[in-house]
Ligand binder design. Structure first.
Ligand SMILES: *Cc1c(COP(=O)(O)O)cnc(C)c1O
Length: 211
């Protein structure tokens, strides 16, 4: 697959939705191919991997915007705030409080919602949202939206609809939802960010050991 062609195919369907090119497990030369098309918004799910791949790329392209879309451990907060512009995975009070202690300026945050209420999944329960939103406001974090990964092997449409309703209800402008297999539906349902990896780069290599 030619990266510039798969990117162009996706970008044709975006409308006003922004594309986050998810580069986890993919090499710097692959990322360079995306940069060569003019694209600048990227997502990674691990702090360590991002810290290894992106500083050189950023030196060449200072306008790269980096989104953390994977879980954040409290012992990696400082490193995450050093490298990422947007963090999509706030999901618990302790994490929000520890981030706020760094008084992060010029950063944007989203709360991850476990929209299918799946026991093994990251993200907060829908009923915990008001308390987490209030906590972000209390600490003056720049909370801009909500993020979700809907249950696998189910029609994502009702989950995306519920996410859009929650964002409207809480007056949050950004909705981060939709991946390679379901981004068209997410766009229809009002995603402002889709997070796409394999539809751009092809299949990922096996995931390395956790940090
Ligand atoms: C890997 C990942 C994606 C992209 O997945 P694809 O199916 O390759 O498009 C999106 N969101 C999150 C949170 C991810 O970890």
């Amino acid at each position: 697959m030619i990266i510039s062609e798969s990117l162009a195919h996706i970008k044709n369907q975006l409308g006003t939705t922004h594309l986050i090119a998810v580069t986890k497990t993919h090499s710097v030369p692959m990322i360079e191919q995306v940069l060569a098309t003019g694209h600048r918004i990227f997502g990674e799910n691990r702090v360590q991997e991002t810290a290894q791949k992106y500083p050189d790329l950023r030196a060449k392209h200072p306008d790269i915007e980096l989104h953390l879309i994977g879980p954040l451990q409290t012992n990696k907060i400082k490193e995450a705030l050093d490298i990422f512009d947007v963090i999509h995975t706030l999901d618990r009070p302790k994490l929000i409080e520890k981030i706020a202690a760094h008084n992060p300026r010029n950063k944007r945050f989203l709360i991850q919602v476990n929209i299918g209420a799946e026991p093994q999944k990251a993200g907060c329960m829908v009923q915990d949202l008001p308390a987490l939103i209030n906590l972000c406001h209390h600490h003056h974090l720049n909370l801009v939206g909500l993020m979700c990964i809907p249950p696998i092997d189910k029609d994502p449409t009702p989950y995306f609809q519920q996410m859009a309703a929650l964002a409207t209800h809480y007056q949050l402008p950004e909705i981060s939802m939709g991946m390679s297999d379901d981004y068209e539906i997410a766009i229809q349902q009002g995603a402002t960010y889709v997070r796409i990896g394999s539809a751009i780069f092809g299949d990922r290599l096996p995931i390395p050991d956790p940090e």
